[in-house]
Design a protein around this ligand. Structure first.
Ligand SMILES: Nc1ncnc2c1ncn2[C@@H]1O[C@H](COP(=O)(O)OP(=O)(O)OP(=O)(O)O)[C@@H](O)[C@H]1O
Ligand SMILES: [Mg+2]
Length: 284
């Protein structure tokens, strides 16, 4: 926290906003294309603005990562943060709404001020839908507060030059509820889709999450990948943890293929929360 200028309000300094998360590219399975696109869109304009001027095009101001829950959007942004030379300022939309009631708009203003002071910088707004949902006609006072926060965010996005030294990354799993105003040119004008992992990516993700595990020689990653069709990266992480729990329950130090297979069934098969989640029945 010592890096923050004293001029800023404690509400900003109290939030964990400047961070270099301990996530590296090696922690992200699949998504190579998306990773390259993200770095090109945010880092190149910061590091080589003259090239853009000479070619005569404007880089995107904001990049939006869009994809289902648990597919690695937050992870990807953190991995880019870890590698970039720029200051990385991160805030989470849902926290903005829940923790800083009545202060959202001010916090957004101060975060962007901080980004300009610390430029070159990248502002990452995670769970953008929490502050960027469509504005409704009839609104409660809580909705109105969120709308004020969104208006401030739009004003900040409009207030700087695309060739300037601040770039924005947003992430959401609900692009369908985003206010269209956010997607207009000059705001989040580049969309990067993060899709469900294919079989190759699932295998890589299994390898990532078992890196620190004591895994038996019979564990066969290709088999696990093909058995876990429809699993996200987050599901695979849960499967690996469950597999380890099965071993511990039987007092074994080594996790076997059978443990992983049971874990796949447990996480993807008969988990009531998961199946209710996809059908929506439990929350109806
Ligand atoms: N591509 C991936 N490679 C490795 N691990 C992954 C991947 N995707 C997800 N995970 C695992 O799942 C966890 C959750 O992923 P993450 O938070 O990035 O999802 P998200 O896309 O941001 O989801 P949400 O939309 O719910 O915010 C990660 O911390 C990681 O352990
Ligand atoms: Mg996320």
């Amino acid at each position: 926290m010592g890096v923050l200028p004293p001029s800023l309000d404690p509400i900003v300094t109290g939030a964990e906003i400047i961070d270099k998360p301990p996530v590296t590219y090696e922690d992200v399975g699949g998504l190579e294309g998306q990773m390259r696109e993200l770095r090109e869109a945010v880092e190149d304009p910061l590091l080589k603005p003259d090239l853009y001027r000479k070619v005569g095009i404007e880089p995107p101001k904001g990049v939006l990562l869009v994809g289902p829950p648990g597919t690695g959007k937050t992870l990807l942004a953190k991995a880019v943060a870890n590698r970039t030379q720029a200051t990385f300022i991160r805030f989470v939309g849902s926290e903005l709404v829940q923790k800083y009631i009545g202060e959202g708009a001010r916090l957004v203003r101060e975060l962007f001020q901080l980004a300009r002071e610390k430029a070159p910088s990248i502002v990452f707004i995670d769970e953008l839908d929490s502050v960027g949902a469509k504005r409704l006609e009839v609104a409660t006072s809580g909705d109105r507060e969120v709308q004020r926060t969104l208006m401030q965010l739009l004003a900040e996005l409009d207030g700087f030059n695309p060739l300037g030294e601040v770039k924005i990354i947003g992430a959401t799993n609900r692009p369908d509820i985003l206010d269209e105003a956010l997607l207009r040119p000059g705001r989040f004008d580049r969309i990067i889709e993060i899709s469900m992992p294919g079989v190759e990516s699932r295998m890589t993700i299994f390898k990532i999450h078992t890196r620190k595990m004591n895994v038996a020689a019979d564990v066969e990653y290709a088999g696990l990948a093909s058995k876990s069709d429809g699993a996200t990266g987050a599901d695979i992480h849960a499967i690996c943890t469950e597999a380890g729990m099965f071993a511990i329950r039987e007092d074994r130090e080594v996790v076997s293929m059978a443990d992983f297979e049971r874990a796949v069934d447990k996480v993807l098969g008969d988990n009531p929360i998961r199946s209710a989640d996809s059908s929506g029945a439990m929350y109806a």
